[in-house]
Design a protein around this ligand. Structure first.
Ligand code: GLA
Length: 378
């Protein structure tokens, strides 16, 4: 299945872990529509691990937990589809999933057929309990092939945590997105660690196979399965902006039934989402800090947008406000071009024209700025 934009949706793991059930999932589907999330682009509702019975049936089929999902997955998929959403599920390359439920190892074609029969549109495929005798890429190819032939369009979301140089082989598996890192937790330390891992190694995060930086923790505020103290509003804003600019899939992980205004302000920022969903799907790149003015903790990224626009993101991971300088020469606009930028900061709406070839702005500690920029005559 060819995917032209980073997939967007909601996933049960970050907040609910194994505490999932049919009623909660239906309420989440309602909230995705009534809260304006579907309209903003979040279309996949994904049930992560822990949905199955511990054992397959006598024919070897996966069985949904009778207690958590008493009406089975087909009925739930029908409900999700009736809301205009797409329905996602989870399995694993190994004989068990990460949480110890049956995995799809040696059942790939059978399980793909089951998912198709249930009306599944998205499959997250994890990396635990894998057979060490089979190369990891073969395990993803098996399921990729099974999904392609199952008679239904199912988006294949690989979750191999960037292991075994995933970026080198993932496009041979049919996956539309691939997890670049280990798991996120809802705290600054983990966010910073994951960001560091991906920021200087921007690989395969474009059309057809997007690099997945893991589900968003925005709005968790320390609550739920991976809640570990939470982050501030500016830190969540930075997390969302970076994921958006890096072309990561945007999968919400908080309980949107209870989202507060600050959370909604971040998750539903249409201008920032537009940077993520831009039709050009260009790879972002990073630029040097000019003349030592920016301290070590500041990272600057640029992404080309359709129609000749640019997105410039400035991320301050340090503990102090930093005076940041973006030199237009470094993005292809030396003064000799006779061009400069008209920029709009997408969290404040502030606009200005860049003078003298340098965009100067202070950026607070653990904060960011993201500009949508138009090239104009000086
Ligand atoms: C792994 C994945 C997580 C989540 C859990 C479920 O850790 O990386 O995203 O799916 O498994 O057990």
């Amino acid at each position: 299945m060819i995917v032209n934009r980073p997939p967007m949706g909601w996933n049960s793991w970050n907040t609910f872990g194994e505490n999932i059930n049919e009623d909660m999932i239906k309420e989440m589907a309602d909230a995705m529509v009534e809260g304006g999330y579907l309209d903003a682009g979040y279309e996949y509702l994904v049930i992560d691990d822990c949905w199955a019975e511990l054992h397959r049936d006598e024919k070897g089929n996966l069985v949904p937990s009778k207690e958590k999902f008493p009406n089975g997955m087909k009925a739930l998929a029908d409900y999700v589809h009736s809301k205009g959403l797409k329905f996602g599920m989870y399995s694993c390359v190994g004989f068990l999933t990460c949480a110890g439920y049956p995995g799809s190892y040696d059942h790939e074609f059978q399980d793909a057929a089951t998912f198709a029969e249930w009306g599944v549109d998205f499959l997250k495929y994890d990396f635990c309990y894998r057979a060490i005798t089979v190369k990891q890429k073969m395990l993803y190819r098996r399921m990729g092939l099974a999904l392609e032939g199952c008679g239904r369009d199912i988006l294949f979301s690989a979750c191999s945590w960037g292991r075994d140089e995933t970026e080198k082989w993932i496009q041979s598996t049919g996956a539309a997105m691939w997890r670049k890192t280990g798991d996120i937790n809802d705290r600054w330390g983990t966010f910073h660690y994951l960001a560091d891992k991906v920021m200087d190694n921007i690989t395969s995060c474009s059309r057809g196979c997007f690099g997945d930086l893991d589900m968003l923790t925005v709005g968790m505020n320390g609550k739920g399965n991976v809640g570990q103290g939470g982050m501030t509003f500016n830190e969540y804003k930075m997390h969302f902006t970076l994921w958006a600019q890096m072309n990561s899939p945007l999968m919400i992980g908080c309980d949107i039934r209870e989202a507060d205004e600050e959370t909604r302000k971040i998750l539903l920022n249409k201008d920032v989402i537009a940077i993520n969903q831009d039709p050009l799907t260009a790879m972002p790149y990073n630029i040097e800090h000019y003349g030592g003015w920016n301290n070590e903790g500041v990272k600057i990224y640029v992404k080309h947008l359709s129609g000749g626009d640019l997105a410039i993101g400035i991320y301050n991971f340090s503990e102090e406000e930093a005076p940041c300088i973006v030199t237009l020469d470094l993005i292809g606009l030396p003064p000799s071009t006779g061009k400069t930028l008209r920029v709009k900061e997408l969290w404040t709406g502030t606009e200005k024209t860049v003078a003298n070839g340098v965009l100067r702005t202070p950026v607070g500690a653990h904060d960011c700025k993201i500009y949508r920029c138009k090239v104009i005559d000086i």
